[in-house]
Ligand binder design. Structure first.
Ligand SMILES: [Zn+2]
Length: 430
């Protein structure tokens, strides 16, 4: 039997490197100092944790994809880069005020993109050698700029793979949108440049934004020493009817682990609000934050990354919001009572039908209950330093799939029925 934290491993690696050039390739492979145009921005793979339990909730575990166990506070050797579990989504963070609420008309999180997504799947890259023709065919059925941009974003995922070979060999060279279309390979700048080129042919207003991204190899600052700003990532700003919107086609296309590209669609990099987006993207120019206020480099780089978020947390069938997750800090005080709360990704989606449990140090399991404000909540007391707390949801109980039974039913059956569950997020006690 493995302990929960042994399987989950570790987020927020401590590299002993004060410069969070979070997007740089492993130093031993680096032959030059990459500029942004050369792209240095691979994404760590997300992880999903699935466990089966019965009665006592034993932890038979399976991690997808399998990740090396990296104990907390271990300093990886050069080239031994840890994964940042929360790569896929900006971390939940301390928020003095809530994010501005969008009306349903412009809420991208609950908008139905099935039509542009399906349309995008009909244009294989190999059939095109002309960006203009591709862009027009891809976007012309849609009148709304949001759907046009979405079709291009989804097409990128379908057709452009992250260039892991050149990235890890330190041989990334500046590319052109035409060359990216031909090769089907790119790093961040290649994705951003191709999106901008296709967008211009689709009569969209779009630009490439350069800056820092908390991606592969990102080092959380733990000693308060502020590193110098260093750009190493690129993404896009695109003008929608309600204003400038930020998207990351590269991170939306897949992720990188063990020097391999895992093609996996991450649509949240199309739907995040600018306030959410800047939790992991800091542009070189403040005006490219496109938020009501601007934050400084110091604020961005010292921002608490929040609890470790696992893949299922934001998958469509779960669809929780990392930004409203409470507590918002990764490390919790020992022997302290906290309120835990989780909500859907946007306010228009109603109450989740899932049964979610708070698991304290792999043992005690407390069900979360509806708080009447669209969230699930419970209070729990942390254990001693070095222990963990996590949220999980029941994926199957008594043969019933998640969403088809209530928390009361779970409580009536717990201890007597077989169930399976999956990890959602985790805090550490320090
Ligand atoms: Zn919504």
């Amino acid at each position: 039997m493995k302990k929960l934290d042994e399987v989950i491993g570790y987020s927020g690696p401590e590299h002993g490197n004060r410069v969070p050039s979070g997007n740089s390739p492993p130093p031993r492979h680096r032959s030059t100092n990459f500029g942004t145009r050369n792209g240095v921005d691979a994404q760590p793979s997300p992880r999903s944790l699935r466990r089966t339990g019965n009665n006592g909730g034993s932890f038979s575990t399976e991690s997808t994809p399998k990740s090396p166990r990296i104990p907390l506070e271990t300093r990886p050797k050069p080239g031994d880069w840890s994964m940042d579990d929360s790569w896929e989504h900006p971390p939940a963070r301390k928020q003095p005020e809530s994010f501005p609420q969008e009306s349903p008309a412009v809420c991208l999180k609950c908008r139905d993109f099935s039509t542009p997504d399906h349309h995008a799947s009909r244009f294989p890259r190999q059939s095109y050698n002309n960006i203009r023709q591709l862009a027009i065919e891809l976007t012309s059925p849609f009148s709304d700029p949001i759907d046009k941009a979405r079709a291009i974003f989804t097409w990128m995922h379908e057709n452009i793979a992250y260039d892991v070979e050149n990235f890890f060999n330190g041989t990334v060279k500046a590319s052109t949108p035409e060359a990216t279309l031909r090769s089907g390979l790119a790093v961040c700048a290649g994705y951003a440049d191709l999106f901008a080129a296709m967008a211009s042919h689709a009569n969209l207003k779009a630009v490439v934004v350069q800056g820092h991204g908390k991606g592969y190899g990102y080092c959380r600052v733990t000693d308060g020493r502020i590193p110098k700003f260093k750009a190493g990532h690129a993404w896009n700003a695109v003008k929608f009817p309600h204003g400038w919107h930020l998207i990351d086609c590269c991170w939306g296309a897949g992720s990188v682990s063990e020097q391999k590209f895992n093609k996996r669609f991450a649509p949240s990099f199309f739907t995040q609000s600018p306030e959410e987006f800047r939790c992991r993207h800091f542009p070189s120019k403040a005006s490219n934050q496109h938020c009501r206020d601007t934050i400084s480099w110091e604020t961005y780089i010292l921002m608490d990354d929040g609890p470790t978020i696992y893949r299922d947390f934001t998958d469509a069938r779960v669809d929780f919001s990392p930004y409203t997750l409470e507590p918002a800090t990764l490390v919790l005080a020992p022997k302290t009572r906290y309120q835990f709360r989780v909500t859907r990704s946007c306010e228009h989606q109603g109450q989740t039908p899932l049964v979610v449990l708070l698991c304290v140090d792999g043992k005690e399991k407390l069900p979360l209950r509806n708080d009447g404000r669209g969230g699930l909540t419970c209070t729990g007391t942390t254990g001693s330093t070095g222990t963990t707390l996590s949220l999980m949801y029941i994926t199957n109980l008594d043969g019933k799939p998640s969403g088809s039974f209530t928390v009361d039913y779970y409580e009536s059956r717990v201890g007597r029925a077989a169930y399976s569950f999956s990890g959602l997020c985790q805090w550490t006690v320090g």
